[in-house]
Design a protein around this ligand. Structure first.
Ligand SMILES: [Zn+2]
Length: 139
């Protein structure tokens, strides 16, 4: 297993349409971008009126989600665009629960949970409505 010391949260910037857009992202990353697999390790998406955690690239493999910070991190992606409105409570709660589980499994402290924009000031990812400081307080 590679060394994993950070969790980085993203949003997909797509509308969560209740169909599986996770697979559309996978197709974009593999067919259009030419990567071996989807860039994220997991996604949180509404599937048939229920939020589910969908697995992406294996945790053992280096992801493709945060330029310069992929080697030691896990990238997870909430499906939706959270620049203008925040994630629905159920999606946010599941995301927090999932991050807590990952923190336990990989022994990662909440100081090492980040939003993508903290590594790229030109991006708002995982969305302007999300405070990573407030997220860390809940972890
Ligand atoms: Zn991002």
């Amino acid at each position: 297993m590679r060394q994993i010391i950070q969790i980085i949260l993203h949003h997909s910037l797509t509308k969560d349409s209740q169909t599986v857009s996770w697979d559309a992202i996978r197709r974009y990353h593999t067919l259009t971008m030419g990567w071996d697999a989807i860039g994220y390790h997991a996604g949180i998406e509404l599937v048939n009126n229920r939020y589910e955690i969908l697995l992406g690239r294996p945790f053992a493999k280096i992801g493709a989600h945060t330029k310069g910070y992929n080697r030691y991190s896990i990238g997870i992606c909430m499906i939706g665009n959270f620049d203008l409105s925040p994630p629905p409570d159920k999606q946010w709660d599941l995301t927090i629960k999932f991050i807590r589980d990952l923190m336990d499994v990989f022994r990662i402290s909440k100081r090492n949970v980040f939003g993508h924009h903290e590594f790229n000031r030109w991006k708002s990812c995982p969305g302007n409505t999300i405070s990573i400081e407030r997220l860390r307080m809940k972890l």
